[in-house]
Write a protein of this length. Structure first.
Length: 89
């Protein structure tokens, strides 16, 4: 068995985009210049709240967790290392 880790990748979002139509939309998150697949049901959290994929911003510091097999991994969870905008005054 592999070693259990608290976040499999840390880095900064360098790009974030989706392609395709709504029903078949494919998302890509680029962290430190490396592209990763994102599924629509990926869990997104901030330090202080839950979030959505639409909350992701270029420049955000993140921690990523992955699911899948080595040939096809996707991001299952994204932790955005900042407070959410909706809790700022």
């Amino acid at each position: 068995m592999g070693e259990v880790q608290s976040g499999e990748k840390k880095g900064t979002i360098t790009a974030w985009y989706g392609t395709g139509e709504a029903a078949t939309k494919a998302y890509t998150l680029e962290v430190d210049g490396i592209e990763y697949n994102v599924v629509p049901y990926t869990l997104v959290t901030f330090r202080d709240a839950s979030g959505r994929l639409s909350d992701l911003q270029t420049g955000d510091p993140v921690r990523l967790w992955f699911s899948g097999v080595p040939e096809y991994l996707w991001i299952s969870q994204i932790y955005i290392d900042r407070d959410s905008a909706r809790h700022k005054n």
